[in-house]
Design a protein. Structure first.
Length: 225
């Protein structure tokens, strides 16, 4: 039978061959000296609880609860099960906690960083959320930045991304409007008209732009301040 795992699967260390199977140890994030075992889907991760206690208020609380049952998280047979958490998402978060290199980012796509953001937001990993907030403007489209900022309440992203979206030459596409949602799409359209009407006095438009944007998004309860 041919190997059906993809290059992405091998990078994540997660098999997608299908069918029910016993939990398998992650090929990268099952450390011999780890002291807590998590299970996400059918994948086991043996990691160091220190990092999660240090960087995640949500998981720190989970460890406190697990102390009532010393067996939980101590073996492959009794892992801490991460409910509604995909193995791929968790492995991407671990790429941040256990990087291959501090000089070069291992995750490079919006999809990968969205995985990190999803779990960091859920587990109240504030420093990792801050890292994602600083990274998204370099890798994500303006529309994705706004959509993710709204969904995960990221401060500091909506204003700059929305202003750039308003002053670009191309109008919003149908796909972009759907991604933003009707309310935000309408706000962007309205603000683009304001920018276009003041195009001959662009300096004044740019100076007033952020204030107008924040006022419009505040009306939609989108202001992240």
């Amino acid at each position: 039978m041919p190997n059906t795992s993809t290059q992405a699967d091998r990078f994540e260390g997660v098999s997608t061959t299908g069918g029910h199977q016993s939990p398998q140890r992650h090929e990268r994030f099952y450390f011999p000296d780890g002291n807590v075992i998590f299970r996400a889907e059918d994948v086991l991760f043996n990691v160091h609880c220190y990092f999660f206690q240090q960087y995640s208020r949500g998981l720190a609380g989970m460890f406190i609860a697990a102390q009532r049952d010393p067996v939980e998280g101590s073996s492959d047979e009794n892992p801490i099960t991460l409910v509604q958490t995909s193995a791929v998402d968790f492995s991407r978060l671990l790429c941040i906690i256990y990087p291959h290199s501090f000089a070069e980012a291992e995750l490079t796509t919006t999809e990968e960083w969205t995985s990190v953001l999803r779990l960091a937001h859920r587990w109240q990993s504030d420093s990792i959320v801050d890292l994602v907030t600083n990274t998204l403007p370099r890798i994500a489209s303006l529309v994705d930045q706004i959509a993710l900022a709204r969904q995960y309440e990221l401060s500091g992203i909506i204003g700059p991304a929305a202003r750039l979206l308003c002053i670009r030459a191309e109008p919003l596409s149908l796909t972009e409007t759907r991604r933003l949602g009707a309310d935000a799409g309408h706000a962007i359209w309205r603000l683009r008209e304001r920018y276009r009407s003041g195009w001959n006095n662009r300096a004044a438009v740019v100076q007033e732009g952020d204030e107008r944007l924040m006022q419009a998004f505040d009306e939609l309860k989108l202001d992240s301040t």
